[in-house]
Design a protein around this ligand. Structure first.
Ligand code: ATR
Length: 282
């Protein structure tokens, strides 16, 4: 019997995940089916259990169910615990295992696809919501010199600093972890600036001071779209040398989930190339 997988979210009609996973399956010769599942806002757990009962082997979870998926899982990976959110479920002998591949997806895109060296880098992470939380641990693991988390609501950035400080210390890299507001960034410069705020979704950008980008610095927006997001426009004007949106992160987090389910790692480059070409003509 063909193994069944799906992405569950609400809304879900425009999800690119079914196409990404179909391409991975074709490329690696895996016999699997991957659909899009519209989750009921008041019935997420029920839909997941039904899917598993009917032979489902795994799910990707997207907005707005990542926190519910975290609560539903019987077991969670360390990275899902740190993110407090789950984007990948594995069904194994009646048990639900939760993982989070978003951070690994970002790191793979930054280091492999964009060729950035994050060891020793000064990283600025914008935002302190779920998207930011999910990438802090994977970024710290790359041994940057500093990771500065800046947010509109300063207290939320400081909470993340306090929560993750013991992890940063225990890794032994001497990475300075800072939580602050946007005004506090004046006069500082960074090698990589990552936008994990929801500002791009409302065609907005965080109010950043000028002069943030060190020579050869990169700007990365977790959101993707047809043209440059307001954050990337601002970064270009402020001298960032490398500009990237989150399409690569989307494909890489999918590859990480696929590898978890099927034990074989797909080649992401041709899939990313196809999606990028489509986006530019849409
Ligand atoms: P997500 O799970 O997508 O991270 P979230 O938990 O609601 O969603 O967090 C949204 C993040 O985007 C927050 O950091 C938020 O800043 P506040 O904590 O101050 O609310 C940030 N954000 C949203 N719209 C923004 C805007 N227009 N400018 C700057 N930051 C914005």
């Amino acid at each position: 019997m063909t193994d069944r997988y799906a992405v569950i979210g609400n809304p879900i009609a425009h999800s690119k995940s079914p196409r990404i996973h179909a391409a991975f399956a074709a490329q690696t010769g895996q016999d699997m089916q991957y659909d899009a599942l519209l989750g009921r806002l008041d019935g997420f757990a029920e839909t997941v259990r039904d899917f598993a009962r009917n032979g489902g082997r795994g799910l990707n979870v997207t907005i707005p169910f990542k926190l519910e998926a975290h609560a539903l899982a019987h077991e969670r990976s360390a990275r899902a615990e740190a993110a407090r959110a789950v984007n990948t479920l594995v069904f194994e002998q009646g048990r639900i295992i939760g993982d989070n591949t978003d951070g690994a997806g970002l790191v793979q895109d930054l280091t492999h696809n964009l060729g950035l060296t994050l060891k020793g880098a000064r990283i600025l992470l914008l935002g302190a919501g779920g998207a930011a939380r999910g990438v802090i641990l994977p970024l710290l693991q790359l041994a940057p010199t500093s990771l500065c988390i800046a947010n509109r609501t300063v207290a939320r950035a400081q909470e993340l600093q306090h929560e993750f400080a013991p992890r940063a210390t225990s890794m032994g890299h001497n990475c300075a972890l800072i939580g602050c507001g946007y005004d506090d960034l004046a006069g500082q410069s960074f090698d990589v600036v990552i936008n994990a705020t929801a500002a791009s979704l409302s065609d907005d950008a965080p109010p950043l001071p000028a002069g943030l980008y060190a020579p050869h610095a990169a700007a990365y927006d977790m959101v993707y779209g047809k043209g440059r997001t307001p954050f990337l426009q601002q970064a270009a004007a402020d001298g960032a040398e490398i500009l990237a949106d989150g399409l690569g992160m989307l494909v890489e987090q999918a590859a990480e989930a696929f590898t978890l389910w099927r034990g074989v790692r797909p080649n992401t480059a041709p899939v990313l190339q196809t999606l990028r070409a489509e986006l530019s003509v849409s």
